[in-house]
Design a protein around this ligand. Structure first.
Ligand code: FMN
Length: 206
């Protein structure tokens, strides 16, 4: 399982929440890797369309978008973690994810997805909804917990005091592990991803 930390703070609140999910996955025998992806300036998608031909983003050398796509391709699932910035996911993380998801083709189909957000006080559900939209446009089943996946705090120690938030993270880890095992069992029984129709793209009605 790949867990992307989209906070500019490498070991902050988002990391604390993601670490709780990762620890629970590991307890269930699932390998995890937390990858810090918001390390500096990130270019937004320039809509150049080069990824259609190249099969990858043309602008990845500096910020590792393509490297991240390869990591996700090799994994069974993806957790997106972000702090809430102005009731949205962190801006540079959104820039990064736009390029990851636009350039990946259909490579993430069937991989599990979950979003986790951290905020001091408000805007968590808006950011949570925003991140989940990357999964629902990519045929990625979303894994739920017992509450929306959010923690509250400005510092890691405050997040650790959010006992319900931390439990929500652990339940998410358990649910992800359970669904991964169900999918693996299904695959062993011969259940594959559905065959896809040829893509239809209509720019509204035409
Ligand atoms: C630019 C910026 C905007 C923020 N906007 C919000 C916000 O809209 N709502 C909120 O509750 N907290 C907001 N915060 C606080 C962070 O969401 C909160 O401290 C979060 O837990 C930090 O996670 P991190 O340590 O992983 O970066 C903002 C912080 C920054 C730096």
């Amino acid at each position: 399982m790949i867990l992307l930390n989209g906070s500019p703070r490498e070991k902050g609140c988002t990391y604390t929440a993601l670490s709780e999910v990762a620890a629970q996955l590991e307890k269930n025998g699932i390998e995890t890797e937390i990858v810090h992806v918001n390390k500096g300036p990130v270019l937004g998608c320039t809509a150049c369309g080069a990824c259609y031909k190249l099969g990858k983003c043309a602008y990845s050398d500096e910020d590792g978008v393509n490297e991240c796509v390869e990591k996700i391709k090799a994994a069974d699932g993806l957790v997106l973690g972000s702090p809430v910035h102005y009731a949205s996911a962190a801006g540079a993380f959104v820039a990064f994810l736009d390029r990851v998801f636009y350039s990946k083709g259909n490579a993430f189909e069937g991989k599990l997805g979950a979003a986790v957000v951290s905020c001091r006080r408000g805007g968590a559900t808006a950011a949570f909804d925003q991140l989940n939209k990357y999964f629902t446009i990519s045929s990625m089943p979303i894994v739920a917990s017992k509450y929306w996946n959010m923690v509250h705090g400005n510092k890691p120690e405050e997040v650790r005091q959010d006992l319900e938030g931390m439990q929500t993270m652990r339940v998410l880890g358990d649910n992800m592990a359970w669904l991964l095992k169900c999918i693996e069992a299904g695959r062993a029984a011969g259940i594959e991803l559905p065959e896809r129709e040829k893509n239809v793209r209509t720019n509204f009605i035409r």
